[in-house]
Design a protein around this ligand. Structure first.
Ligand code: ZN
Length: 144
């Protein structure tokens, strides 16, 4: 039953991600996974981003990327809601919204910052600079 753990449904198509599973197992979890998804599996960038993100967080391949991604998004928007509820002070809220980056593309506050410690986007940027990553639409940009 363990043999199927590297099959992943992406946008309705089942992919055999055996070589990706091997990379996860061998702990080579930096650029190569993302690059491999793009070049070996010819995944659209959007799905390669999401799958890489999932793999970094869960250390495994999801059976269905769309389902897995919905869960990540749900959890993220829940986090945002909790943050807002706990802020009764309006000034604190303003400060928070100024501090918190929003996606310049879709305006979502569900932003992850990939830094030196988390090499999620290393393959794209090829540097140790922090990179903002929008959970909602997958847009990436360098923080100012
Ligand atoms: Zn966005």
């Amino acid at each position: 039953m363990k043999k199927n753990k590297y099959y992943c449904r992406i946008d309705g198509t089942i992919y055999n991600l055996k070589s990706i599973q091997e990379m996860i197992d061998s702990e080579e979890r930096t650029g190569p996974i993302y690059i491999s998804l793009l070049e070996d599996y010819k995944l659209p960038e959007k799905y390669a981003d999401r799958l890489t993100y999932y793999i970094y967080e869960k250390n495994s391949i999801p059976a269905d990327l769309d389902v897995a991604w919905d869960e990540i998004r749900d959890r993220n928007s829940q986090d945002n809601q909790n943050n807002q509820n706990s802020q009764s002070n309006r000034n604190a809220k303003n400060l928070e919204s100024r501090k918190k980056p929003h996606c310049p593309k879709c305006g979502s506050a569900s932003i992850t910052v990939a830094t030196r410690g988390s090499t999620l986007l290393y393959g794209i940027w090829g540097s140790n600079d922090p990179v903002n990553y929008c959970i909602s639409c997958g847009y990436k940009w360098e923080p100012r």
